[in-house]
Design a protein around this ligand. Structure first.
Ligand code: PLP
Length: 397
């Protein structure tokens, strides 16, 4: 990759960051990317590496928060997106591409016969909960503490600045993994609960797979009481052709997807059993409202299809094994690391210091230590990553 310096375009003596501060609060558009004092700006990516505007090259273990299963500029995705774009990027009519992606996802998640597309995982979660509310005729939502489900008012941390308490009036937040408290809450609130929202390996709660017994309890209790089980696999879908839920052997009623299924383009999808998804059918007089000017646009749909077609069982198993190798190598070197398969989280006493030292040593991770493997990686890349961890040393463990 040729090196570049976009910073040179800033007025003389001004850094790109200083220029950005004038038009973007804090210098960028995503709070989740912030690393103090401010993150560098990316210039371009190719395979599993990216180069920033100062020409510094790093192995990308962050992959746009796990979305880029094939890394950057993956040939089949570039070709599929370019071909779709050449025929028109979005239409005021549906296209065959959304049928194909829906069929592909239904083939992977057998119980989710029907799908609707959106532009982010946030929207997918929101529409899944709305479908559950419409189908059950109840308003209540039970979710688990410290689990991130996007930036929709109802599911952000209680007390979040700018979110009125009223937005969470019908939301019950429970401790994750406490089966007894969960059953007691259902006993008390069963009549008003539309849905339980569950992430099987929540990133912000430490990226540990939930105990199978707890997942089975949640499924059994929700089914018995007519409460919808909404599984959020926005991050974990990459772990198996049918997502992490298929490895548990537990079926939900609705599933929210995003990130990897768009091939690197903005995407969200809600899928589920026809009994729940029917609420979106616009032929119904009481249909649930769901639009989105760019929902199911053919560029995203075709890119997503190309990404999924190149992400079959053997590919998934290969990067899951690379993830196991990285986890093992990090543990051997004294790091604390969680996760499963191609998803890992590295613990540190000082995550910001770890982030910067690794970045300087040539590896990009997420601010909270979340990392993932992409298909362009191989054993040599993992060895290079382990070498970088050795260089940053024990001081930031
Ligand atoms: C588990 C989970 N659900 C939902 C979302 C929201 O997805 P998006 O950022 O595309 O809105 C995320 C984003 O990180 C997520 O990790």
């Amino acid at each position: 990759m040729e090196q570049t310096s976009i910073a040179a375009e800033a007025p003389k003596g001004q850094t790109l960051y200083e220029r950005a501060l004038r038009s973007l609060p804090g210098g960028n558009s995503r709070s989740t990317l912030f690393v103090a004092p401010h993150p560098p700006y990316a210039a371009r990516g190719d395979g599993c590496e990216i180069v920033d505007v100062d020409g510094h090259r790093v192995i990308d273990l962050q992959n746009n928060y796990t979305a880029l299963i094939h890394g950057h500029a993956f040939g089949p995705v570039v070709q599929a997106a370019a071909a779709a774009l050449a025929e028109g990027s979005a239409f005021g009519l549906p296209t065959s591409s959304e049928i194909e992606l829906a069929e592909c996802l239904a083939g992977r998640v057998g119980w989710a016969e029907q799908w609707r597309f959106a532009n982010s995982g946030t929207e997918a979660v929101m529409m899944a909960v709305r479908a559950a509310r419409a189908a059950t005729g109840r308003d209540g939502l039970l979710r688990f503490a410290n689990c991130y489900h996007g930036s929709w008012d109802a599911v952000v941390r209680r007390g979040s600045h700018g979110v009125p308490a009223a937005a969470q009036r019908d939301v019950l937040t429970m401790a994750l993994g406490d089966g007894e408290a969960f059953v007691a809450a259902l006993d008390e609130h069963e009549e008003r609960l539309a849905a339980v929202l569950l992430d099987l390996m929540p990133n912000r709660a430490g990226l540990q797979p939930l105990p199978a017994s707890f997942v089975e309890l949640v499924r059994e209790q929700t089914a018995r009481r007519g409460i919808a089980l909404v599984i959020d696999e926005v991050i974990t879908f990459r772990l198996a052709p049918g997502g992490l839920q298929s490895l548990y052997g537990v079926e939900g009623d609705l599933i929210a997807l995003g990130k990897m299924i768009g091939g690197g383009f903005p995407v969200g999808a809600v899928g589920g059993r026809a009994a729940f998804m029917d609420v979106f059918d616009p032929r119904r007089p009481d249909a649930v409202a769901h639009g989105g000017t760019f929902s199911a646009n053919p560029v995203t749909m075709r890119a997503g299809l190309a990404a999924l077609q190149a992400f079959q069982l053997a590919d998934i198993q290969r990067i899951n094994a690379l993830g196991d190798r990285l986890r093992e190598g990090l543990r051997e070197r004294g790091w604390s690391v969680t996760g499963q398969g191609s998803l890992l989280q590295i613990g540190s006493q000082d995550p910001t210091a770890l982030w910067w030292r690794l970045y300087e040593a040539g590896v990009l991770i997420a601010g909270n230590g979340l990392v993932c493997i992409s298909t362009p990686m191989d054993e040599q890349v993992i060895e290079r990553v382990l070498g970088a961890f050795e260089r940053v040393g024990a001081a930031v463990r």
